[in-house]
Ligand binder design. Structure first.
Ligand SMILES: NC(=O)c1ccc[n+]([C@@H]2O[C@H](COP(=O)([O-])OP(=O)(O)OC[C@H]3O[C@@H](n4cnc5c(N)ncnc54)[C@H](OP(=O)(O)O)[C@@H]3O)[C@@H](O)[C@H]2O)c1
Length: 290
C-alpha cells in the first residue's frame, strides 16, 4: 500500500466525536514514512452520524470517486484510494490530509483480479478491517453498435463489469469474516434506460445493477448493499468517447449536469444509516434531466 506524502494519521486522544472504530494501522513493509500522531479534527456533526470507517474507493482519481473520497474523509472516515493514475491519487490524498483527513493511495487496475485482491488485502492488513467498498471505477466510450468498436466494447466489459466483480470478490471474504460490510456500486441511469450509442455501456450498467441486486438477495443481512445510479454528472467520463458522432451527441446531452459532490452526498447518506438500515438504491439526476 503506497501512502501519500503524509502517513496515515490517528487521533491521540480519541473522543466520542473522533474515535476510530477500526483497529490501529499496522506498520508494514511498504510503508515508507514513520507514522505521525496528530489530533484529528472532529468530524462535522452536521454531515456525519457514523463512527469512522475504513472505506475503499476504486476510480478515486477523478470525478465521483474523488468527490466521494473528499466527502468521506471530511467526515472522519479512513479512505483508501485506488486508480491507475497514482500521481492524481497522491495529489488528492495530500489535499485530504491538509484538511485533517486520512487517505492511503494505491495504483490499481480493476481489470486485474489479483491487483484488486491485493488492494483489499493491504487495506485490511493496515487498518485491521474493511467496512465499505465503493466500486466506482468506470469508462464510457460510447458509439453506435454498427460502428463496430469491438475493442471499446471489451474495455467497457472489463472495467465496468469484470472490475466490479473483482471488487466484490476482493471485499466479500473480509466482510464475511467480520460479520459486517457494505458494498456500494456506482451504476448509472444507464442501468435503467438505454440510449442510442449507449447499448454496450448501458448493458454493463444493467449488469452492474443485476450483480449488486444479486448480492443483496444472496448475502447475510449483516452485509449491506447499495446501488447508486447517477444521471449526468460533471466528470472526465465523456473524455473516453472516441466516436465523433457520439461525442457530439453527448455534448448536448451532458450540458445540464450536477457536480460529483451530489453523488458523494448520496454515498455518504447510505453509509451513515444505522446497521439495520440498508439503502438499496439511489437515483440522482440533474433536476432538468428526463
Ligand atoms: N459522470 C456521469 O455522468 C456518470 C453518470 C452515471 C454513472 N457514472 C459512473 O460513475 C463512475 C465514475 O465515473 P466519473 O463520472 O467520476 O468519471 P471519471 O471522472 O472519468 O472517473 C472514472 C474513474 O475510473 C477510473 N478507472 C478507469 N479505468 C480504471 C481501471 N481499469 N482501473 C481502475 N480505475 C479505473 C479512473 O481512474 P484512472 O484513469 O486513473 O484509472 C477514474 O478515477 C463510473 O462507473 C461511471 O460509469 C458517471
Amino acid at each position: 500500500m503506497r501512502h501519500a506524502a503524509v502517513p496515515a494519521r490517528r487521533p491521540t486522544t480519541p473522543t466520542q466525536e473522533n474515535s476510530v472504530t477500526t483497529s490501529q494501522p499496522q506498520p508494514q513493509a511498504a510503508t515508507t514514512a514513520p507514522e505521525a500522531t496528530i489530533t484529528m479534527p472532529a468530524p462535522d456533526p452536521a454531515t456525519t452520524s457514523t463512527p469512522a470507517k475504513v472505506v475503499l474507493i476504486t476510480g478515486a482519481s477523478s470525478g465521483i470517486g474523488r468527490a466521494t473520497a473528499q466527502r468521506l474523509a471530511r467526515e472522519g472516515h479512513q479512505v483508501v484510494l485506488g486508480a491507475r493514475r497514482e500521481d492524481r491519487l497522491i495529489e488528492i490524498a495530500r489535499e485530504i490530509e491538509a484538511a485533517g483527513g486520512r487517505a492511503d493511495v494505491r495504483r490499481l487496475d480493476v481489470t486485474d483480479r489479483a491487483d484488486v485482491t491485493s488492494f483489499a488485502e493491504a487495506a485490511a492488513e493496515r487498518h485491521g478491517r474493511i467496512d465499505v467498498i465503493v466500486n466506482n471505477a468506470g469508462i464510457m466510450p460510447l458509439s453506435r453498435l454498427d460502428a463496430l468498436q469491438a475493442d471499446e466494447w471489451d474495455r467497457m466489459i472489463d472495467v465496468n463489469v469484470r472490475g466490479l466483480l473483482h471488487g466484490i470478490a476482493a471485499a466479500l471474504p473480509h466482510f464475511q469474516r467480520q460479520g459486517s460490510g457494505h458494498f456500494i456500486t456506482v451504476a448509472s441511469i444507464g442501468a435503467h434506460q438505454v440510449v442510442p450509442t449507449g447499448a454496450v455501456y448501458c448493458a454493463t450498467k444493467y449488469a452492474a445493477w443485476a450483480l449488486t441486486e444479486g448480492l443483496r438477495l444472496e448475502l447475510d443481512p449483516s452485509i449491506r448493499v447499495t446501488t447508486v445510479s447517477p444521471g449526468v454528472v460533471e466528470s472526465e467520463l465523456a473524455d473516453s468517447i472516441t466516436d465523433e458522432a457520439a461525442r457530439e451527441a453527448m455534448r448536448a446531452y451532458r450540458a445540464d449536469s450536477i457536480p460529483p459532490s451530489g453523488i458523494a452526498d448520496a454515498i455518504s447518506y447510505a453509509i451513515g444509516q444505522p446497521p439495520g438500515v440498508d439503502v438499496n438504491e439511489l437515483v440522482i439526476r440533474p433536476a432538468k434531466q428526463r
